[in-house]
Design a protein around this ligand. Structure first.
Ligand code: ADP
Ligand code: MG
Length: 377
């Protein structure tokens, strides 16, 4: 066990790294962030910010020597970075698990190999495979790059078989998966913690709404039959067990004609788990610290129904939003990530609305968003 007072670190200085550091500091740890950006959100709140590239071996060594353990805030860290760090300190999640989650081809094959349900897909690595791929999957279909995609980036919708070549070219002819475009009745996700002993603690299933490929709203508990809720937790647990995962993991689901399909696995806290910052006994970030340090898992029970609302950079079009309007609502809790520049589609923060009646929490959320959007400031 690595106890409070020790130093722990995170690779990556975005909002997830920042909230990890905040949770770690609350528990009395010292924190180190490695990120090349001098103005990174996590760098501001860490005890030490090592400003260097993720492949800078000297910087990695410094981090490994300063820290008792290091985790990641995103899966796109070079595998080499993790194995290099591994020589100096504890690294979680394991490089093996990261390698699967950072690559859609590996991820989808991993799910298929373990008989876990996914949308119909085929992998595409060269032009020669395009025609057969689109014949197999049909249209509409989504072509997604194997690596590097997030917030709907790295994806092309294919509505006619003849478009597949253009889509592949648009994505730079990199390895991809072609996936059936499904009529989703809902999107759900489960965040969980899995300990060294293999014990899994699931958070309540969240119901997620996306806009333009980016998460907009998460609602917990998800308004689905209890049986579906149980199935989602069961499938997420299977994923974590098969990966022999230690840490916090999120599984995204599609609900199609009453059936759950696994969309993606994130080997870290997840945007759809930000509701846990205010609405569960233990937040997903405190849980990440606990799993990294080998501490007992915290309680995941919901204290109140909650709606999490993302705040994207678009809201800053006419200057900083009128926060006082949001802060007047006793049910609302604001989280801003300290990003220096607002850009359209960039995640700048979120707010959680807690109310015993989840429908009411949704109404209040909408009302607040409307007020934040009012140009008359
Ligand atoms: P990202 O890494 O950008 O989150 P996802 O594969 O999760 O990539 O896609 C983002 C969103 O796009 C999903 O949450 C969903 O709303 C939509 N989407 C992705 N794949 C499909 C699909 N096969 N059918 C319908 N919608 C999809
Ligand atoms: Mg996703």
């Amino acid at each position: 066990m690595i106890l409070p007072g020790a130093t722990i670190g995170v690779l990556g200085g975005g909002q997830l790294g920042r909230m990890f550091c905040e949770a770690a500091r609350t528990l009395g740890y010292r924190t180190v962030v490695l990120d090349p950006d001098p103005r990174s959100p996590a760098g501001h709140v860490a005890d030490v910010h090592i400003e260097a590239d993720y492949i800078d071996q000297k910087a990695l060594q410094e981090m490994g020597e300063r820290c008792a353990a290091v985790t990641v805030e995103f899966e796109n860290v070079p595998a080499d970075a993790m194995s290099h760090l591994d020589r100096f300190c504890r690294v979680r999640p394991s490089p093996d698990a990261l390698q699967i989650c950072r690559d859609r081809i590996r991820e989808k094959n991993f799910l298929r190999d373990h008989d876990l349900p996914t949308a119909p897909f085929v992998t595409v690595v060269s032009r020669e495979q395009l025609e057969e791929a689109v014949d197999t999957i049909g249209v509409p279909a989504l072509l997604k790059t194997a690596t590097g995609g997030y917030d709907g980036k790295g994806q092309q919708l294919v509505t006619e078989p003849t478009q597949i070549g253009i889509a592949f070219a648009e994505l730079g002819q990199v390895p991809c998966v072609l996936e059936r475009y499904l009529d989703l009745s809902q999107e759900l996700s489960v965040v969980l913690a899995r300990s060294e002993e293999g014990v899994v603690h699931c958070y309540p299933t969240a119901e997620n709404r996306h806009k333009g490929g980016i998460l907009d709203t998460s609602i917990a508990p998800a308004r689905v039959p209890e049986e579906l809720n149980r199935q989602a937790a069961e499938l997420a647990t299977l994923v974590a067990n098969h990966l022999r995962f230690i840490g916090v993991l999120a599984v995204e689901f599609f609900l199609v004609e009453g059936r759950l399909m696994i969309n993606e696995i994130a080997p870290r806290p997840h945007n759809s788990g930000h509701y846990t910052l205010n609405a569960t006994v233990t937040s997903q970030f405190e849980q990440q610290v606990r799993m990294l340090c080998g501490l007992p898992a915290g309680e995941t029970a919901l204290l109140s129904p909650v709606v999490m609302n993302n705040l994207l950079g678009d809201l800053w079009d006419a200057g900083p939003p009128p926060w006082e309007k949001l802060l007047r609502y006793p049910e609302a809790r604001l989280h801003l990530y300290g990003k220096h520049e607002a850009r359209p589609g960039r995640k700048m923060g979120h707010f959680n609305v807690l109310h015993p009646d989840v429908e009411r929490a949704l109404c209040i959320s909408r009302e607040i968003k409307r007020k934040l959007n009012e140009t008359q400031r």
